[in-house]
Design a protein. Structure first.
Lengths: 73, 402
């Protein structure tokens, strides 16, 4: 799998560290419940997800990409 | 082989009715085991198991078939020991040969810190009913065929926890034996039918929609692997689950004389030998969530180097097959079982990389919950609401790989 880095170009996934962007649904309004959801729960979508990836073995900068969890990027 | 080896499995596929007492989504080990126990222990037979592909075609047929109870926390040790005991008796109970074989699970350590961790694990196991001892390197060198006691120059084997009850069984045969038992008792099992929606009314389940029509039911159990979040989303239940791929491979056949199941956290892999003689190896999950079942070269490359370091004779083997399953990973590496905020919707999920060994006890407990309406004491700690109650059950070190 290849992730395109805005600084380094196309780089293999082994160089990267995955970072989730937690999204708490608006339907959860209680502040404590929002904290629990942010800490433990996941949308875990099958399809396109927005994620932050850290280019550890490259420029060491974060980039945000859209990835389809059904298959390769 | 044993007295059951010649018995042929007879599967009798059903047509879906328009109403059931219980609908189980997912015809994998946990779904089939739940149906089996509902029918044979509680006499509840108006049950449908709906499988979108073929039974045991998901993780129940993709796992590495390890059965063990050497977990790190009391709640898990008790539960998995119950499952290990049920597996011991599964051939006699179903009268089907599941190729159950006890070989012992050796968890190698390569550091002083590792020694302390495994000594603690052995103590917790003993205290809560699992048979585990810490063993010194001399025992390992004597008992494990072909082992290199100083792999890769920097991972000296400094001891192991030996879980005497560690076993393997043929995963497909477990699924078939449970399916056959449930079918004989009157459970309807269908393949190639997908549940597309779960209908609710006033906060409780009233039915499911499938690609083969609608079904009225007041009880739905999600026993799916991989797609647990997708099914729970049908009733707006949030799960603490991320789906990660897990890869495994087998080598070509080799003389059948390697009995133990070897694991090493530091080397990051585990290996056992199948009844056919293949060396079966697995490792850790892919780090990023994905529903993809694609297998890659990077995984084999990294595992093979460590495997050949520990067992030099495996350098002569060839990789025969490689595959991937999709694991429902919970944040604390412990299953999520029982009731949900929606009346009539139950989940058995969070089976991550440790679901196969839990099939008998998981199904037994879910069936008991459905039949009695009360959560069995054995699985009460695994409840979905443990996260908001701040009662998570962190057990990553002992469930992390297999």
């Amino acid at each position: 799998m290849i992730i395109t880095c805005p600084h380094c170009g196309d780089r293999p996934i082994e160089e990267w560290v995955h970072g989730e962007i937690p999204v708490v649904p608006d339907s959860i309004t209680d502040p404590d419940a929002r904290d629990v959801d942010r800490a433990y729960f996941h949308t875990n979508a099958e399809g396109d997800v927005r994620e932050a990836w850290f280019h550890l073995a490259g420029c060491r900068r974060w980039t945000t990409i859209t990835r389809n969890t059904r298959g390769y990027v | 082989m044993n007295e059951f080896w010649e018995a042929k499995v007879a599967l009798d596929w059903a047509q879906l009715s328009d109403s059931y007492d219980v609908v189980i989504i997912g015809g994998g080990g946990h779904g089939l085991s739940t149906a089996y126990h509902l029918a044979l222990r509680h006499g509840i037979t108006n049950v449908a198991v709906i499988e979108k592909s073929y039974i045991g075609g998901g993780n129940s047929g993709r796992n590495t078939t390890v059965i063990r109870a050497n977990y790190g926390i009391p709640e898990a040790v008790r539960f998995y020991q119950r499952s290990l005991d049920l597996y011991q008796n599964l051939e006699a109970e179903t009268e089907r040969w599941i190729m159950h074989r006890v070989g012992g699970n050796w968890w190698l350590v390569h550091t002083e810190a590792g020694r302390r961790t495994e000594q603690a694990r052995a103590a917790v196991n003993k205290a809560f009913g699992a048979d585990t001892d810490f063993v010194e390197p001399e025992v390992i060198a004597r008992e494990i065929p072909g082992i290199n006691m100083n792999p890769l120059g920097r991972f000296p084997v400094m001891g192991a926890s030996l879980h005497h009850g560690g076993a393997t069984a043929r995963h497909d045969r477990v699924n078939w034996a449970l399916a056959e038992g449930a079918m004989r008792a009157g459970v309807d099992i269908v393949q190639g039918v997908e549940v597309t929606d779960i209908r609710t009314s006033g906060g409780r389940v009233v039915g499911v929609d499938t690609t083969a029509g609608s079904i009225a039911t007041e009880t739905v159990i999600s026993a799916v692997g991989g797609h647990a979040s997708v099914v729970a989303d049908m009733v707006d239940v949030r799960l603490p689950i991320r789906t990660h791929p897990l890869q495994a491979f087998v080598t070509n056949h080799y003389e059948r004389k390697f009995d133990p199941i070897i694991a090493s956290a530091d080397l990051g892999f585990y290996v056992s030998q199948t009844a056919r003689g293949e060396m079966l190896a697995g490792a850790h999950i892919d780090p990023e969530p994905s529903y993809s079942r694609r297998a890659g070269h990077h995984f084999v490359n990294s595992i093979a180097r460590n495997m050949v370091g520990l067992f030099p004779f495996m350098g002569n083997l060839r990789v025969l097959r490689q595959w991937t399953g999709t694991c429902d990973m919970s944040p604390d590496y412990t299953p999520v079982m029982g009731v949900t905020p929606v009346d009539g919707f139950f989940v058995t999920t969070g089976w991550g990389t440790w679901g196969f060994k839990a099939i008998p006890a998981g199904g037994e407990a879910m069936a008991q919950l459905i039949a009695t309406g009360e959560t069995p004491e054995l699985i009460a700690p695994f409840a979905l609401d443990r996260f908001e109650r701040d009662r998570t059950l962190a057990d990553r070190s002992s469930s992390g790989t297999h």
